[in-house]
Design a protein. Sequence first.
Length: 321
Amino acid sequence: MKKIGVVFISSFLLFITTSNIYAQVDVGIGVSVGIAPPALPVYTQPPCPVDGYLWTPGYWAYGDDGYYWVPGVWVLPPQSGFLWTPCYWGFDNGLYGWHAGYWGPHVGFYGGINYGYGYGGYGYGGGMWQGGSFRYNTAVTNVNRTVIHNTYVNNTVINRTTNRASFNGAGGVVARPRPDEEAAMHEQHVQATSEQQTHQQTASRDRNQFASVNHGRPATAAMNRVGGSRFNPQGHAVNASANTHSAASHTAVSHNNVSNHQSNTHPAIQHHQSHTQISHASGQSHQSQFHAQSHQASPHMGGASHGGGFHGGGGGHHGHK
């Protein structure tokens, strides 16, 4: 039986700080569950389709039938100069709580989770805004330089780790906000775009994306854009018609299987304003992480290394310049 707690908060953000984690509850409804989300899958990032798009990493969201994987995808930011702070799960008092992602001028706290491809647990090392244009760091980002020319190489953000935990707290990633993340907490944020919300809703209707079906290995790990081409963990194109199922079909996923997989908490894109800050892009490079085992950042179409692994080191703490 799934252990689910729902907390209603009418106005203020609630910040819960413990010795092990930093948890933040959004305005609105915060959902918590008693089973941890699955480990982050290892996957290959598809190349950026259009200049100006930013990478948003994949994550485990939760639905009536348990956890399901929302593919990593390239999206258009709501405005120039904005960066994405990924969603994350936080463990506290025996429950896993959901913290939604958001857009803002700086990358904020996302639980210290190593999502790869520039999101190594702190800040974003995949690129930076400069002069109204976004520049891509091809050391950790897959970019076809024959199509996109605003690139640079900063290998100092590369770090390798094998921690694929998808939640913050005991048993996962133990991390707390840094001073600049605390400061960014007070900035104005923008919720996930309607395109991102549609992306998550589509994943929630695909039975093959549920952990109870794929055992932590989703059929579609990433996409080149919302509604675009689908790619499996190895980076090969996936037949959308064979992979996508109707909402009615996904409800057939057995609740009995949920206990064998991580239970859920609310999908990221539904709780918007509350996420923390976005660490400023000072240009300083911070160490990043790779989800795959000992992968090196070698060029792939001018981008990060890809060998079927979840590459793309994490952390550079970048923003406008």
